[in-house]
Design a protein around this ligand. Structure first.
Ligand SMILES: C[S@@+](CC[C@H](N)C(=O)[O-])C[C@H]1O[C@@H](n2cnc3c(N)ncnc32)[C@H](O)[C@@H]1O
Length: 444
């Protein structure tokens, strides 16, 4: 197989990133975060467009392209760019006129290969064999191998449908490239909630939990913590990227699951990733007992929105009722030390809980470590959503997923330490109406 890795005389090469046209609000954040994770500098995002699945970039070499895209959930694939045209004739002319064409042709002439076609917003009924024959000027001498070729050459056809129901017959644009790396879209099938042994009403869908883990830069061999673990969707996503994960939740039922075959640990076993599952524990986040020198590299979570139940923390709604009762004993042992003791809980505001998450992250994450969490907002309020801010944390991304009447945002922060001195709004009431009340009144 020809060695295709390495920059051409130190110059950059042109590549095409072919993305999915969903969750477009999250795509750039995912691409930037993965580039930063692999130390790939100077990617020019000027031509990046949320409305297009195509993004042309210049990179040093194929290895960079592989590193960058291998984890991406919102990218279909990255290709070494060979040319493009509005028709097949135009495409062939473009390929043959590129300055790099003679060099590329020579590099792969003896490799086994196959051709693939991919399409965007349409489909072709053309005879693909005949179309492949029009590329005979490539003069490849290697054998055609449909199963395990050294090189896959791809034609991407872009269509513009005549209307929503009437597809176009002919493509409006064609791009030709050599496949360098597919994105990680198969992970969505692996972690599909439908197939997961333990799940519940709070489980977070696979695609955006994996995207969240990418934007949070969850790294292999590091510790990721989800303080509101529920059924463990984010722990699962973190485990996929090789992190050692710890979760906690105030609700012991979530942590215990539904028996040995249906709990968070059982999910990790099912995915054959048990070695990445450190443990989960029942704990109120606001009374956190993880030892202070435990190094937590990333915090990724989906705090309670207060939709299915109001937000609660340990404590008494009416503390006066309990005065003097701390010392009540049962069978000679303090009541609260019995295993079946159920502590009292009191309501808590989402704003206060989010302030607590920010403060905890500022104290516990390393400099450069990321906190990523989801926050719900009602769309029809005529007031701006106020995003929580902390003086040590840089708000890096604020990506929105829109639903009909509400939306949720993935907020991603980088811990910059006390010297950062960024803006803060800790302690202020940011939401005017409890999200839960708005949700149940259908945002009317
Ligand atoms: C939106 S759910 C998270 C769901 C989770 N991502 C999953 O995959 O199932 C929020 C979770 O926070 C938990 N929770 C609520 N208040 C809490 C607190 N004070 N401390 C820790 N967990 C809490 C709830 O029990 C619930 O499981």
């Amino acid at each position: 197989m020809a060695s295709s890795i390495g920059s051409r005389n130190g110059t950059k090469k042109k590549y095409l990133v072919f993305m999915v046209q969903v969750h477009t609000n999250f795509r750039r954040a995912e691409l930037e975060s993965l580039a930063d994770l692999y130390n790939i500098k100077d990617i020019n995002f000027d031509k990046y467009d949320d409305n297009s699945p195509f993004f042309f970039v210049e990179l040093d070499n194929d290895q960079q392209a592989k590193d960058w895209i291998k984890r991406s959930i919102l990218t279909r694939a990255i290709y070494e760019y060979w040319g493009e045209g509005k028709t097949y004739d135009g495409l062939h002319e473009s390929i043959q006129s590129q300055s790099f064409f003679p060099e590329y042709k020579k590099l792969y002439e003896n490799d086994s290969f196959k051709f693939e076609f991919d399409t965007y917003r349409g489909n072709s009924k053309s005879n693909r064999i005949k179309q492949i024959e029009t590329f005979s000027y490539l003069e490849f001498k290697g054998k055609i191998d449909m199963k395990n070729p050294n090189q896959i050459f791809t034609v991407i056809e872009e269509y513009k449908p005549i209307s929503e129901n009437i597809p176009a017959k002919e493509p409006i644009n064609l791009i030709f490239g050599r496949l360098i790396q597919k994105g990680d879209r198969l992970a969505m099938e692996k972690y599909d909630l439908k197939k997961r042994p333990y799940k519940g009403t709070t489980s977070f869908e696979a695609e955006l939990s994996l995207v969240s883990a990418n934007i949070a830069q969850v790294k292999p061999g590091t510790i990721m913590y989800d303080p509101f673990a529920g059924t463990g969707s984010f722990l699962t996503a973190g485990g996929h990227y090789g992190a050692l994960v710890i979760g906690s939740d105030i609700d012991g039922r979530m942590i215990r699951g539904k028996g040995a075959s249906q709990n968070i640990g059982a999910n990790f076993k099912y995915y054959e990733e048990s070695s990445r599952f450190l443990d989960v524990l029942t704990m109120d986040f606001t009374h956190n007992s993880l030892r202070s020198n435990l190094c937590i590299d990333t915090i990724l979570c989906d705090p309670p929105y207060g939709i299915r139940e109001s937000i609660k923390v340990l404590g008494a709604r009416d503390p006066e009722r309990f005065v003097g009762k701390e010392n009540v004993e049962i069978d000679g042992k303090k009541a609260f030390l019995h295993r079946d003791y159920i502590p009292t809980k009191k309501p808590y505001a989402l704003d206060a809980l989010l302030d607590d998450i920010l403060q905890y992250s500022a104290e516990r994450l390393p400099i450069g470590g990321r906190l990523a969490f989801w926050m719900p907002t009602a769309n029809d309020e005529n007031i701006e959503t106020i995003v929580p801010l902390h003086s040590c944390l840089e708000l890096k991304y604020n990506c929105t997923q829109e639903f009909n009447k509400w939306s949720r945002r993935l907020l991603v922060y980088i811990n910059r330490g006390p010297g950062f001195d960024g803006p803060t709004n800790s302690g202020i009431k940011r939401s005017t109406t409890a999200f839960r009340d708005r949700y149940f009144s259908h945002f009317s």
